[in-house]
Design a protein around this ligand. Structure first.
Ligand code: ADE
Length: 248
């Protein structure tokens, strides 16, 4: 039995079309600026060289960004059908774990991902719901990228909530989870189904274990640290994309 439910294809040496998925417009703006990308008004996409930015956009009724796994799957599947990328890159914010040595604005390069809120007591279906996925970069590439970016390498787990239950906290400790977001496992599931390679870099806006122990709630820390963490991601973006494009 492999360790993972899904193992994604290896990184292409020189990808021709990179699709950069970012969940929130506020996360995307500084990263797009750092990469010289322009975001289209209606299609939520833009093109510069071989990088296309995909942002699910705001819901027309509620008026806020379409965060979470369902909209990530929807926007990414649509973009893949139109653009036929040969590499998917995800950047965005996440909760981090102080117990694993992480602090605000630290970076996490995802080695693997899963849905931490998937609980299905049926053989096979438990694995499909959990969707534990090994992302594309080899361990050697992850180490090289982590050194270049000043990032940690490990598990970035996804769920539909900003906070965490007691059971999820136990799972995070058991699996030494470094970061917790709301999209990566959905993106990885789409990439597994489409046989596309995937890389993900997360920036920490809040400390999940501090919040769970009665410290600053995740939503308050997220808002307070969003700009600082996105600036750190924007600084890292050209380094990451240059390395992934196989440029020196
Ligand atoms: N994005 C930023 N912080 C998060 C958290 N604590 N949980 C899920 N997604 C996040």
């Amino acid at each position: 039995m492999p360790d993972w439910t899904h193992e994604l294809p290896p990184l292409p040496a020189r990808p021709a079309r990179i699709l950069l998925f970012i969940a929130m417009a506020g996360e995307a703006a500084p990263i797009a600026h750092a990469l010289g990308l322009r975001q289209g008004a209606s299609a939520n996409t833009s093109t510069s060289a071989s990088i296309e930015l995909v942002v699910p956009g705001a819901d027309p009724i509620v008026g806020v960004d379409r965060i979470g796994p369902a909209y990530a799957s929807w926007a990414l599947t649509r973009a893949i059908a139109v653009r036929r990328p040969d590499l998917v890159v995800n950047m965005g914010t996440a909760g981090g774990f102080a117990a694993q040595g992480l602090g605000i604005a630290d970076l996490v390069l995802a080695r693997d991902t899963m849905f931490h809120d998937a609980r299905v007591a049926l053989p096979g279906f438990d694995a499909i719901a959990r969707a534990h996925t090994r992302l594309s970069p080899s361990d050697a590439t992850l180490d090289a990228l982590a050194t270049a970016l000043g990032a940690r390498v490990g598990l970035a787990s996804s769920g539909s909530s900003l906070d965490a239950t007691d059971g999820e906290m136990a799972l995070f400790a058991r699996t030494r989870t470094l970061a917790k977001d709301m999209e990566l496992a959905a993106i990885a599931s789409v990439c597994a189904a489409e046989r596309l390679p995937l890389v993900s870099l997360k920036g920490v806006t809040d400390l999940v274990d501090h919040a769970h122990a009665g410290g600053e709630p995740a939503h308050e820390a997220f808002v307070r640290n969003l700009a600082r963490t996105c600036a750190r991601l924007a600084e890292a973006a050209p380094v990451l994309l240059t390395a992934l494009r196989g440029e020196d």
